[in-house]
Structure formats: C-alpha cells, structure tokens
Design a protein around this ligand. Structure first.
Ligand SMILES: NC(=O)c1ccc[n+]([C@@H]2O[C@H](COP(=O)([O-])OP(=O)(O)OC[C@H]3O[C@@H](n4cnc5c(N)ncnc54)[C@H](OP(=O)(O)O)[C@@H]3O)[C@@H](O)[C@H]2O)c1
Length: 262
C-alpha cells in the first residue's frame, strides 16, 4: 500500500520520522508548508492523490477542524481497497465514515509524539472489523512508530487521549517546574534545567530498563522519614497531586468530547 501522510506538523512529523527510521516505504506527504522532506515524496496538493497508483493508506494528521473538509476532498481519490487512518483528537468514527464514504476502511487512532523515536503509545479503533490484510497493514504501520493498543470501544479513546496523547506535555511541564524550583532554590538556570532533565529522562529509562512498577522504584528512593519523604508528603497531603492529575485527566476528556465527541 502507498502511505499518504496528510499534515506533517508536530504529530504527523513525529510519525513520519518514526516511519522513515523504521524503513516504512513508500510514503508520500501533503503539507502546504513543505516542499521536501527526508524519506518521503512531497506531493503538490491533495489533487496529486489522483496520480498515485495502487491502494492508498491515507493518514490524516491535520488539525481536528480540518479533518472533515480534507477527508471529504481526499475521498474522491479513494476506492474500496483504501485505508483511512485519523490521528485527530476528538473526531469521531461517525464523522470519519461520513466524510470517507462507504468504500474505504476507517481507523481512528490516538498516537503521541514519542512516535518520532519509535516509542509512541498508540491506541486504534476501526468503525467496523478490518480484513486480515487491512489489520496487518495498519498494525505494521502503527507499530513502526510505537506500541499499538487496539480498542474494542471508541468511547475509551477520550481516556487514552487524556493519559498518553496529552501525557508527554504533562511530563515536560513537570520538568519545567522542577527546573524552576531548582532556580528558586539558588541553582543557575542552566544547572537547574540539566538536573531536572537528566533526572526525569534517567528515571524514565530506569523504569523501562528494570521493568519494575513505578511505585516500587519510588519506594526505593524514599527512606522512611527522609528527605524525599518530606518532599512527597507535599504531593500527597490531602491527595493534592492525585486530585490535580485526576482533574487534568477529566478536563482533557471533556475537551476531547467538546471537539467532536466519540
Ligand atoms: N501534537 C500532539 O502531540 C498530538 C498528539 C495526538 C494527536 N494529535 C493530532 O494530530 C493532528 C495534528 O496536530 P499537530 O499538533 O501535529 O498540528 P500541527 O503541528 O498544526 O500540524 C498540522 C499540519 O497540517 C498542515 N495542513 C493544514 N491543512 C492541510 C491540508 N489541507 N493538507 C495538508 N496539510 C495541511 C498544517 O500546515 P499549516 O500550519 O500551514 O496549516 C500543519 O503543518 C491533530 O488532529 C491532533 O489532534 C496531536
């Protein structure tokens, strides 16, 4: 299948980098901002899809509000062999199906930006059972960018978005704020940023390398009545941090639903 990536910004660009590194080919890209990109052909516009031969796998990575008009236009170039994969937050399978018409297979996904280094967490849900060949192709393509979780219920994608779709931003925000605290405590800006970044990337790598649960690694850093315990008590007093993260997740779900529903 010829893969056509439509929209090559933050998320589309991350997927493309993951695919190119994994050797996925052939890939064509449509994005008005680009005239060349490594590892893929750049098409002049959506009309150029008419000139492609063979079955198409169209990956939609434009902003959610642009999905319906873009897919409606793209659908004129798709036949029954086509596969449409959307990565858009909040755009339902019903909307995708309405715009794609009855022919192509349609899959809604929620990836995240670590896809750029093949470390994405990617949930996927089709609107109807895929053929074995379609499933195998979609699995292979998504897997080249990370670990794939097939959902049996589209309703769960709001929760996935709140946890892994938006999650990288929570981690970066936490890193920024720990660096800010380091500065407030007297470290130079550069050292505060380096210490915060190294600590979180190192801790994440340790979590990955040991396979131990996060809770166990946390206990290993936390002597009873020690320094870390004093710091964590601030998080956990009246479940402050737990409540805050829960509220963040709920706000993400609410916003995802407002953006188009699932
Ligand atoms: N960012 C994330 O972490 C993340 C995570 C999961 C899912 N998503 C989903 O990924 C999608 C893209 O988000 P993003 O953050 O990557 O946005 P983005 O950086 O703005 O990327 C969208 C790209 O699509 C281009 N574009 C606009 N209209 C187009 C058209 N008709 N044909 C081809 N390309 C077009 C845009 O160009 P212009 O800027 O010139 O308009 C831009 O380069 C969204 O639906 C979002 O919900 C994002």
């Amino acid at each position: 299948m010829q893969v056509v990536l439509i929209g090559c910004g933050n998320m589309g660009g991350a997927l493309l980098r993951g695919w190119v590194a994994a050797g996925v080919a052939p890939i064509a890209v449509v994005d008005p901002k680009l005239d060349r990109v490594e590892g893929a052909a750049v098409l002049a516009g959506l009309e150029a899809l008419g000139g492609l031969s063979g079955p198409l796998c169209v990956v939609l990575a434009v902003k959610p509000a642009m999905i319906a008009p873009t897919l409606t236009q793209v659908a004129t170039y798709l036949d029954d062999r086509a596969l449409v994969i959307s990565v858009a937050a909040g755009v339902s399978l019903a909307t995708l199906r309405r715009c794609a018409g009855s022919g192509p297979a349609v899959v809604r996904t929620m990836p995240n930006t670590p896809a750029a280094i093949g470390r994405g967490a990617i949930a996927a849900v089709p609107d109807a059972p895929l053929t074995e060949a379609q499933h195998e192709f979609a699995q292979g393509l998504l897997q080249a960018a990370g670990q794939v979780f097939w959902l049996g219920d589209e309703g769960l994608i709001d929760a996935v978005t709140a946890v892994s779709g938006s999650g990288p931003a929570y981690f970066y925000r936490f890193t920024e704020l720990l660096a800010q605290t380091g500065r407030d405590l007297g470290l130079s800006p550069q050292m505060a940023e380096s210490l915060a970044t190294l600590t979180f990337t190192g801790a994440a790598a340790l979590l990955d390398a040991t396979g131990k649960p996060a809770a166990q690694l946390r206990v290993e850093v936390t002597s009873p009545n020690g320094v870390t315990a004093a710091a964590l008590a601030q998080f956990d007093q009246d479940n402050r941090l737990g409540d805050l993260i829960n509220a963040a997740g709920r706000a993400a779900v609410k916003r995802n639903r407002e953006m188009g529903g699932s």
